[in-house]
Design a protein around this ligand. Structure first.
Ligand code: ADP
Length: 361
């Protein structure tokens, strides 16, 4: 069992920088939580507070109901995997993996069994006598994971574990971490700036910006119903397109296009009549054959889809950039025009930046 309760956590560093504000999260036993956000948003600080590597300035931290807010790192029964692997260069893979158990003066037979079992899980059985410098980056990261596994901790903490790997290895190691989670059924907290890692790994994502939690939810919830402009722009690749539009009676209008609203949308946007809002449309939620006229700038064939970068030409001469991901193979040339339809729209309040949703949604 390993439930973690993060209650109103604040972190203020000695230089008075507040890195984390009022962080609240209930992590269930066996859950895979990913903290995601741009560099400097407070993800690592939050993880390090959980690990006991940073003091907690305010709030409480509970592990299985026990208050561990002030407990030293070594008493927390958590294992952390770092971006830079933090392996000992002079030790073999075996010795690196056995190190924490040797320190704890565990029975050598038990240590041996645990190291072999972890090596088996991670496909490192043939590498046990090598030194870290003889291994690839991906293998080194697996040794770092092995070192965590042998301790059988209650909680695994990962701080950007894939950042030092090249793109191909990142994908493969990501899938290994997912399998590892299934196999160990352990509670995991994972920090990354990469929204793809968040979407593919998490049971639930915590999206952060400037020390504040922006939204907590399943990957689908964050993708489908982002709670504000920040989450909408951070989750999804290529990112969502945004347009400032005016809500008129039965349509949304801007200098470049006018879109009819259906009855549900009319009701939803009734309080905004005569005002400007932000319309968000994901590139993949577009199709050829609508009312929005796009002047093509570049055409990228991805196989199943074509990525079209272009501009919506406004009546007043303004150019509004737009990226469309159209299903199928197109060969547009720069300067061509294509008419697209918006298949799914997201609406945001311009002042608060919050999503405009019907009550209960
Ligand atoms: P992230 O992991 O999201 O990149 P961090 O948690 O590392 O962000 O940092 C959050 C903020 O706290 C940043 O503004 C960073 O400069 C600041 N910060 C991090 N560590 C320290 C420290 N030891 N002393 C002072 N400020 C720090």
């Amino acid at each position: 069992m390993a439930n973690i309760s993060l209650q109103h956590l604040d972190k203020i560093y000695d230089n008075h920088v507040q890195a984390v504000y009022d962080f609240n999260l209930e992590v269930k036993d066996g859950e895979f939580i990913v903290l995601v956000g741009p560099s400097g948003c407070g993800k690592s600080t939050t993880l390090r507070m959980v690990a006991g590597l940073e003091d907690i300035s305010g709030g409480r931290l509970l592990l299985d109901g026990e208050d561990i807010t002030a407990a030293p790192a070594k008493d927390r029964d958590m294992a952390m995997v770092f971006q830079n692997y933090a392996l000992y260069g002079h030790m073999t893979v075996y010795e690196n993996m056995a190190f924490s158990l040797t320190l704890r003066k565990e029975d050598p037979n038990v240590i041996h069994k645990k190291v072999l079992a972890a090596a088996e899980i991670l496909g490192l059985t043939d590498q046990l006598n090598k030194k870290p410098k003889q291994l690839s980056g991906g293998q080194r990261q697996r040794v770092a994971m092995g070192r965590a596994i042998v301790r059988s901790p209650k909680v695994f903490l990962f701080d950007e574990p894939l950042s030092n790997l090249d793109a191909k290895l990142r994908g493969a190691t990501r899938r290994e971490i997912l399998l590892l989670h299934k196999r160990l059924n352990a509670t995991m907290l994972y920090v990354t700036h990469d929204q793809t890692e968040a979407l593919t790994l998490a049971d639930r994502i915590v999206c952060m910006s400037m020390g504040h939690v922006q939204q907590i939810g399943t990957p689908l919830e964050l993708y489908d119903t982002p709670s504000n402009l920040f989450v909408a722009s951070f989750i999804g690749l290529p990112p969502m397109n945004f347009f400032t539009v005016k809500v008129e009676g039965a349509c949304l209008a801007c200098a470049g296009f006018s879109l009819a609203l259906d009855e549900k949308e009319k009701a939803l946007l009734a309080p905004y009549r005569g005002k400007e809002i932000v319309l968000g449309v994901r590139p993949e939620n577009m199709a050829e054959g609508g009312d929005v006229c796009v002047r093509v700038f570049s055409n990228e064939n991805l196989g199943m889809n074509t990525l079209v970068h272009g501009h919506i030409m406004a009546d007043n001469g303004d150019k509004m950039p737009i990226t469309c991901k159209l299903r199928g193979w197109y060969d547009f040339k720069a300067g061509d025009t294509v008419k697209v339809a918006f298949l799914k729209k997201h609406f945001f309040d311009q002042k608060t930046t919050n999503a405009i949703r019907a009550k209960g949604e």
